[in-house]
Design a protein around this ligand. Sequence first.
Ligand code: SF4
Length: 84
Amino acid sequence: MTDFPIAYIEPVFRPPSEAHSLILPVTNGCSWNNCTFCEMYTEAQKKFRARDEREVLDEIRRAGERLIVQRVFLADGDALVLPT
Ligand code: SF4
């Protein structure tokens, strides 16, 4: 078991522009998953779902206790599908 505060479901994709960001999954997979050029979230474990809010908030709290974070990238493929 790792001490890292976030439980990732692999594979995780990091956009080059987010090289120094904490990747924080608030969804798993992509809600659309239909772009013909994209195979990022086709594996069974990446079937789309919103993550449990309490689980995400707990990870944010633990990340705040253990990491120095200046920038966060909300993952996975279509995190903004969630209500604000
Ligand atoms: S992750 Fe992005 S590129 Fe891939 S299917 Fe979803 S919207 Fe399209």
